[in-house]
Write a protein that binds this ligand. Structure first.
Ligand code: ZN
Length: 411
């Protein structure tokens, strides 16, 4: 039987579990040690540590304490791992807990987190997605059902002292270029809500003041939110400290490329089964700075797409120079406008783009002045025909699919 290295109790606060942490720091002690070739199971809280509930109000999304995220399980030490090695992680399987077969997707309020389309959707909203084996549906977004491309949003090894200092220096410089901005340009260290795992209280106090937040992806991987890092994939992580220190969390049942809704994909608590191996000196051998990975041999099969183009001209008609962020935003907005013609609200369409196996591509970055980004919407996830045709979008226009997302019911 496979060892379960880390157990969690969803009825208890993640702060009471010393095999969980929510910051990156080289001195966070390993909670377990394994050998190359070992496989094991790790349980994970959802990224917010249980702050979001399975109900029809988005007050929890509106009021979420984002300084607490992400709750990660680990770090796990690997015998013989040294800086410069590659830690090879086979993601063997991932699942939700049998007594917790649901996940959430939401948009943060502009004043507390924001998101990719926060100017268009400034209020907190939420949809709940039920997990039925490998499929998911939402009572807040009728008319769609799809297979989960289940993956960890966040996985990586502990940074070295030098790497942590570099992260803090460059992110503070960016933050300080516009410190009043809402949402902020970067999430800087914040000691008050830090959970430093098994660090002794005195040492933890000092370390928490400099420990990196878990929000961005960085050289070690971290919060990459890559939907294709799914069960069956194999990841090669750079090692920066003795033992490596592998941590994982932020499990997603499904996500569209870009995780544009930010809160987030279909977020869930659950378990992940992994196997580790080492490539000694692998970083130099293969010239690796950021992780590389091989995708799963098994993925949900969606072959037919409607593909929406976007260019780097913003909503006000202003021309931008080869800006793929703006181009992808336009592709997303174009897809939302299209889906609204079938009866969805804008918020429902946005939720579909954040949760379904939507692909995002950078299609052109040289044709001055416009970048071209494309959003690939799988057509087979819909229970009605979403193809354009001579008769127009008649199928779902009776309004039966336009039910509200859980709104921010508070004042
Ligand atoms: Zn997530």
């Amino acid at each position: 039987m496979t060892d379960k290295l880390i157990s969690i109790d969803l009825s208890e606060s993640p702060y009471s579990n010393d095999m969980v942490h929510n910051r990156w720091h080289p001195d966070i002690p390993m909670v377990a040690t394994v050998k190359p070739g070992d496989d094991f199971i790790v349980e994970c809280y959802d990224w917010t540590g249980g702050q979001i509930k399975n109900d029809d109000s988005a007050a929890d999304v509106r009021d979420v304490d984002l300084s607490q995220v992400h709750f990660l399980s680990g770090p796990i030490g690997v015998d013989g791992a040294e800086p410069g090695d590659l830690l090879v992680v086979d993601i063997l399987d991932i699942g939700a807990f049998g007594d917790c077969l649901w996940g959430f997707n939401g948009f943060f309020s502009r004043n507390n987190g924001g998101g990719f389309l926060t100017d268009h959707f400034p209020e907190a909203q939420k949809s709940i997605w039920d997990i039925n084996g490998m499929f998911t549906k939402s009572r807040h977004v009728p008319g769609v059902e799809f297979a989960g491309l289940i993956h960890p949003g966040l996985i990586g090894c502990l940074p070295s002292k030098e790497m942590l200092a570099e992260w803090n220096q460059r992110e503070a410089a960016l933050f300080n270029s516009n410190p009043q901005r809402v949402p902020p340009l970067a999430a800087l260290p914040y000691a008050d809500t830090a959970h430093m795992g098994r660090m002794a209280p005195e040492a933890a106090k000092g370390a928490a003041a400099e420990a990196a937040r878990t929000v961005p992806p960085r050289e070690h991987g971290g919060n990459c939110d890559i939907k294709d890092l799914s069960r069956g994939s194999k990841v090669f992580f750079p090692v920066y400290v003795d033992g490596g220190g592998l941590s994982v969390g932020d499990l997603h049942f499904s996500q569209g490329d870009g995780e544009i809704t930010f809160c987030g994909a279909i977020e869930m608590a659950g378990w992940i089964h992994m196997r580790v191996n080492l490539i000694k000196g692998g970083m130099a051998k293969y010239g690796i700075k950021n992780p590389i990975f091989k995708p799963s041999p098994i993925t949900p099969k969606y072959d037919d797409y409607l593909i929406f183009e976007g260019i780097s001209v913003d909503e006000a008609g202003k021309q931008h120079y080869l800006d793929v962020h703006i181009a992808y935003r336009q592709a997303c907005l174009n897809a939302i406008e299209y889906l609204k013609k079938f009866g969805y609200s804008g918020a429902q369409a946005y939720a579909i783009l954040g949760t379904a196996p939507v692909q995002g591509h950078i299609s052109g970055v040289v044709d001055i002045p416009n970048a071209c980004a494309t959003l690939w919407l799988p057509t087979d996830i819909f229970e009605f025909d979403v193809q354009p045709g001579a008769d127009g979008p008649t199928v779902a226009l009776d309004g039966s699919i336009n039910v509200p997302l859980a709104p921010d019911l508070g004042g």
